[in-house]
Design a protein around this ligand. Structure first.
Ligand code: SAH
Ligand code: SF4
Ligand code: F3S
Length: 455
């Protein structure tokens, strides 16, 4: 940190006292968004203000995601279109951060074919930003600092996107190596933050008025295993639940193979923990799950769901589904549809399988045509629409506590928010309520949200 302070002062000197503007855009998951907030924290210390208009910016940083090809293509498109900005303003500094940069073949491609990019900052190298900037200002290009996975989590400053919802990473990396997934390759092995650092951060956020704390990790259920002090995720949850204040605790993601009874008992026994669980299923077929290296069976997954529903038949579950894993047969896909109907998720996030270079699944010769995968996706979405429409009816006539988070894009005079169960609600209200809890009575339901009135 001291080393960084010296570098920050040096950068400040070169930039002099002129006000500079930074444009930082994060793609991908909330962990990446959280990294983007840390990048902004460092830029703020250097003296930058922020803009949402890339044309105004003196520095542009794209914090990228590599989970699917579409995410990468989007970023390449943006980099391409930014070439013109650089021509118009040669002093503009452009950097790439995030998961794309951690793939060697992508970093090479950028160096070779995209001269408008001045630096690449690996996922483990956020704290090197002042150094990278200094190199750029001295005329050096492509300081591709990817380094070891250091503990960059205890950054002193973070420029948060919201004043009432905060993401708090509790661990980094992933050890699971699901065969389709690039994350373990671009984020390294699991590293847990110390419980006292997490608890202090949450305490500070709550005392600064934050109402929703989202604990983040690729598999929060393995939190603490690397700390060597018997700390577990349920124990951490119980500690956070003890913090004084009116706030709600959420967490993502929870790997089904490690979703223990203790975790579920903790959700039910802690008043601040949301009564909602995101439990990524990926596929309803045991043979596909095995090829994915998910390390649970449908029977084990169903047991967890049954245990939850025996405590609360209405408990809200959401999931992730991958359609078209290499050589997924029609009957394997039908098994996914069956379980979707049986479990009745409130929401699913579904993706067509995307081949990621370097992963195990990328070596499989896939015989399923893309058109078949698209048709399956449409069928899955259609079925889920029916399930959600039916499911959401259960809320009509009930009271819900909502954290208001914005104004309705469709109806003037209406505001929106999320319920404890992670259901979107829309109702008449004033935008001054954004960031506070309100109680509503649900009067109607749709397949994506409920509507009601404040009581
Ligand atoms: N660690 C989290 C997932 C992070 S990635 C977990 O295990 O739940 C978020 C989701 O993206 C995954 O759950 C999966 O459904 C999807 N995904 C990951 N790799 C993918 C790929 N190669 N193609 C399509 N979807 C993918
Ligand atoms: Fe990817 Fe699996 Fe790790 Fe999630 S648990 S990040 S899907 S490898
Ligand atoms: Fe994407 Fe990296 Fe997150 S690959 S989903 S931004 S961990």
């Amino acid at each position: 940190m001291i080393e960084n302070d010296i570098t920050i002062n040096e950068v400040k000197k070169i930039l002099s006292d002129k006000k500079r503007l930074a444009y930082v855009r994060s793609f991908g998951c909330q962990l990446n968004v959280s990294d983007g907030e840390k990048i902004k924290g460092l830029l703020k210390r250097i003296g930058y203000d922020f803009t949402d208009d890339e044309k105004q910016a003196d520095i542009i940083i794209l914090n990228t995601c590599a989970v699917r090809e579409s995410a990468e293509e989007r970023v390449f498109g943006i980099i391409g279109s930014m070439k013109k900005l650089k021509e118009e303003k040669p002093s503009l500094i452009m950097g790439l951060a995030g998961c794309m940069t951690a793939q060697e073949h992508v970093a090479e491609k950028i160096k070779k074919s995209y001269p408008q990019i001045d630096f690449i900052m690996g996922t483990s190298a956020i704290n090197s930003l002042p150094k990278l900037l200094l190199d750029c200002l001295k005329g050096e290009k492509f300081s591709a600092d990817t380094g070891e996975y250091d503990d960059f989590s205890e950054n002193p400053e973070q420029v948060r996107e919201s004043t009432f919802k905060a993401s708090v990473p509790i661990m980094f990396g992933c050890n699971n190596f699901c065969t389709y997934c690039i994350v373990p390759y671009v984020r390294g092995r699991e590293r847990s933050r110390k419980p006292e650092d997490i608890i202090n951060e949450v305490r500070n956020l709550v005392s600064n008025g934050y109402k929703e704390i989202m604990l983040l990790g690729q598999n929060v259920n393995s939190y603490g295993k690397d700390l060597g002090n018997n700390m577990t995720f349920p124990a951490l949850l119980r500690e956070i639940n003890k913090i004084d204040g009116d706030f709600i605790i959420r967490f993502m993601s929870s790997h089904p193979k490690d979703a223990s009874q203790e975790l579920i008992d903790t959700i039910f026994s802690c008043d601040k923990i949301a009564k909602h669980l995101h439990l990524p299923l990926q596929s309803g077929s045991n043979s596909v799950l095995e090829r994915m290296n998910r390390r649970y069976t449908i029977e084990q997954y169903s047991e967890t769901v049954d245990y939850i529903r025996s405590n609360d038949p209405d408990f809200s579950l959401t999931t992730d589904i991958i359609v078209g894993f290499p050589n997924e047969t029609d009957s394997e896909f039908r098994e996914t549809l069956d379980i979707i109907k049986r479990i009745r998720y409130d929401n699913i996030y579904s993706f067509i399988y995307s081949r990621r270079t370097g992963t195990k699944a990328s070596e499989i010769v896939d015989t399923i045509p893309e058109e078949v995968k698209s048709l399956r996706m449409r069928e899955l979405l259609e079925i889920q629409r029916e399930v959600s429409t039916e499911n959401y009816k259960r809320f009509v006539g009930r009271r819900m506590r909502i954290l208001v988070d914005g104004v309705s894009k469709k109806r003037t005079g209406y505001i929106t928010g999320k319920s404890n169960e992670f259901i979107i609600a829309e109702f008449a209200g004033d935008k001054s309520m954004i960031g506070s809890f309100v109680e509503i009575e649900v009067t109607d339901s749709m397949n994506w949200a409920v509507s009601g009135r404040i009581i």
